[in-house]
Ligand binder design. Sequence first.
Ligand code: SF4
Length: 247
Amino acid sequence: MAQISAQALPTPAQVARDVLIEAFESFDIERIAISFSGAEDVVLIDLAATILGKDVPVFSLDTGRLHPETYRFLETVRDHYGIRLEVLAPDGAEVTRLVREKGLFSFYRDGHGECCAVRKIEPLRRKLGELDAWITGQRADQSVTRAELPTAQEDVAFSTGDHPIFKFNPLANWTSSDVWDYIRDHDVPYNPLHDAGFLSIGCEPCTRPVGPHEHERNGRWWWENATDKECGLHAQNVAPRHVRIVA
Ligand code: SF4
């Protein structure tokens, strides 16, 4: 039987870059964008910059509850890559209504669903209304809800009858080590909160550092069950109906 040498196998970066090339070739560049929030997403931007230069399309969701370090980091990434980074805000009237009715920390009592719906899902739905595909830094090993994550899928959570949306997950098969090896090897900027023990970084009230032997998602919505730890951006991971369109 023929032996395949390890050297012949594509590296995680080559696999991810190939997925990005396929994504950018499959959709009008005005109708596809990278969603940026964490370390994985900067790896995506770094890889995409080798394909598109400064024309990498990127958006980020500003929930109004991010750490100060994260706001500064957004600008670091914008300057480092010279990209136009679109920062999306939630609907002010909806935020005002939620806070008036339930206060600033209702998620600790009621679960994170309602607040995430106002601060994340509605702005994302608005943005996806302008796009046909988006690109995320999700990894399969991040959570039990992501274990079957494909590198590309129809986004059934945000598609409508007359407007299908596709989602690419170029890092689906990466490990956390792959991400940090890439960041170190390519001098990719990262959020300084990672050096303070934060592995997975979201909103300030819903993120905490984790210990050396804890899973990274333990630092997110720690008062909830692991199977509920999706904010709705990737709701189909909780009720999966994956459509695999890229091997
Ligand atoms: S992560 Fe927390 S603060 Fe941020 S939108 Fe969700 S519930 Fe609200």
